[in-house]
Design a protein. Structure first.
Length: 87
């Protein structure tokens, strides 16, 4: 089964996550099929906190990929942010 999940990178006590599409059997930070975004939980100031390619996420969801709980929340938040009008 294919999963959309987070892979941890970054330094100790300064996490940075790539949102990846990977086979369920692959290691958390190991082999992946495609990177579809990133999540920086410790972003400060003008740093970008989340960037997700929603078109690619939609493609993978259409072919049967299942997001993990946290990845699903990030995707939902990105959809809301993309839908709200920018002024």
């Amino acid at each position: 089964m294919v999963k959309i999940r987070l892979a941890r990178h970054g330094a100790k006590k300064h996490p940075f996550f790539h949102l990846t599409v990977a086979d369920q059997a692959a290691a958390r930070d190991g082999r992946f099929i495609e990177r579809v975004g990133f999540y920086n939980p410790v972003a400060k100031g003008q740093e970008e906190r989340v960037r997700i390619n929603l078109a690619r996420v939609d493609h993978w969801l259409a072919v049967g990929a299942q997001p993990t709980e946290r990845a699903g929340k990030l995707i939902s938040a990105a959809r809301r942010a993309a839908a709200e009008p920018t002024a």
